[in-house]
Ligand binder design. Structure first.
Ligand SMILES: [Zn+2]
Length: 468
């Protein structure tokens, strides 16, 4: 009985062990048959709205092998819209499936930007109060936040703050320094360049000086320099003024004492040359008639003709190198660069520092509006400040298109001549019908009591009114 009992117990024990072993085996079997998956990177990622979401992926193993390539990904992220998105990575092998999830939070994490109108450090007149110069605030999501900007004024600064809907904050400071750093501004009545005829009386034309902090300081202006109107030449008058903080402004007026207008003088002026075949014909006639003229040259034609113009006592003047309206009238810098080229050409050929100029199309041209509105207003002042003198005309021979015959050129000139003024006549020495009309014009002038002259630095400027 006791032996049987022991035997029975032994059998039951073995049975339990077997069941347990089978269970353990099954466990290992399931574990072996189940794929494993894990995220690469963080489980929760926050990215800025409108930025790019970079997928980091996941890795998966099955029976000790890397099967990451078989991972299926689900879920869409709209980076243009705020919210929480999910990306699900799953892997399946037989009946066994596993998955992991990543949370992607798209939100506005960018601060608005504040932009100040005016400098970040500003100088205020001592004792004055600050007046807001303005500002702008823009947010990547909320757009224009200018109206939401809060301003705090402190003793020596202003603090601008703004917050977007996602509570991103921006702060900017504007500093004050109570000091006058600007010299007074001075305006010369009558301009910075002025011409007066010889033997007349020069009187101070007047001036005004205003300081940003001190106000009108005209009475403090010191004037030095003299103009001798008995002597033809260039004179300079200096104006100097200082404000309370010691900021000094200096301005200069250039005064030309010029020949009194000689009525009945004819200035023959030729543009656009030199040109072989026409300029040389004109030079021959001028030589034969003993008449001096003015040539406004460009970069075209042979050097030898410019040399001949100078050698035979004519005035070599400048008309720009390219004569291209777009090149010379698109910018002030473009004009002076082009003028410099022809200036240097004349200097190289003749040794002369030519200072007499004529604008292509004249100072009254309107074509320059197409390239730079207002440029003639600037250039007509700037050329004088740079030591040039420009001459337009008061008689046009019409040889640029109105007429193409010598008879036409002759008639246009002769009927416009006047003894009660100077006669500044526009010709083009690039036209053969002009060359052929010159001798008759000179003969007419001589027979009717006119005199001929070339433009010289002291010749009174003949100028059109500016239209641009
Ligand atoms: Zn021209």
């Amino acid at each position: 009985m006791r032996v049987r009992n022991t035997k029975k117990r032994k059998q039951r024990y073995l049975l339990w062990i077997s069941i347990f072993m089978i269970f353990l085996g099954l466990c290992f079997f399931f574990l072996w048959m189940t794929p494993k998956i894990a995220l690469k990177g963080e489980k929760t990622i926050t990215i800025n709205i409108n930025s790019i979401y970079k997928e980091q992926g996941a890795k998966a193993y099955y029976q000790g092998k890397n099967i990451s390539k078989e991972i299926q990904m689900d879920g869409k992220i709209n980076t243009k819209k705020q919210g929480t998105y999910q990306v699900v990575y799953s892997i399946k092998k037989g009946f066994f499936k596993r998955k992991v999830t990543r949370n992607v939070i798209v939100k506005d994490v960018e601060s608005p930007k504040i932009e100040l109108i005016g400098d970040e450090t500003i100088y205020l007149c001592p004792g004055s109060t600050y007046e807001e110069l303005g500002y702008k605030a823009v947010d990547n999501v909320d757009g224009d936040l200018t109206k939401k900007v809060k301003i705090k004024v402190e003793k020596d600064q202003i603090i601008y703050t703004v917050q977007d809907k996602s509570n991103n904050k921006a702060t900017l400071h504007r500093k004050f320094i109570y000091k006058d750093i600007e010299p007074p501004q001075m305006i010369l009545t009558g301009g910075e360049v002025f011409s007066i005829p010889q033997n007349t009386v020069y009187e101070e034309l007047g001036y005004q000086a205003m300081d940003r902090c001190d106000g009108d300081v005209t009475k403090q202006v010191k004037v030095t320099g003299e103009v001798n109107t008995k002597q033809i030449g260039t004179y300079e008058i200096f104006y100097e003024v200082e404000d309370k903080e010691g900021n000094v402004q200096k301005v200069k007026r250039t005064v030309y004492v010029v020949e009194p207008q000689k009525n009945g003088t004819i200035y023959l002026t030729f543009d656009d040359g030199p040109k072989q075949g026409t300029t040389d014909v004109i030079l021959d006639i001028l030589k034969e008639e003993g008449v001096k003229a003015t040539f406004f040259v460009t970069n075209g034609g042979p050097d030898s003709l410019i040399k001949r113009e100078a050698d035979e006592g004519h005035t070599v003047a400048l008309h720009t190198a390219s004569h291209n309206y777009q090149t010379v009238y698109s910018s002030v810098e473009g004009y002076f660069n082009d003028l410099q080229i022809v200036h240097d050409r004349v200097l190289r050929i003749t040794g002369q520092d030519a200072r007499i100029i004529r604008f292509p199309g004249g100072s009254s041209n309107t074509i320059s509006r197409r390239y730079q509105p207002g440029i003639m207003t600037t250039l007509t002042k700037e050329v004088l400040l740079r030591g040039y003198r420009y001459y337009d005309w008061n008689i046009s021979s019409g040889d640029a298109g109105e007429t193409t015959s010598s008879e036409g050129v002759y008639q246009n000139v002769v009927r416009s001549l006047s003894k009660s003024r100077t006669n500044m006549i526009l010709f083009h020495d690039t036209k053969s019908y002009t060359a052929n009309a010159i001798q008759s014009i000179i003969r007419y002038g001589k027979n009717n009591g006119y005199t001929f002259a070339a433009i010289e630095p002291q010749t009174k400027m003949v100028t059109h009114s500016v239209n641009n």
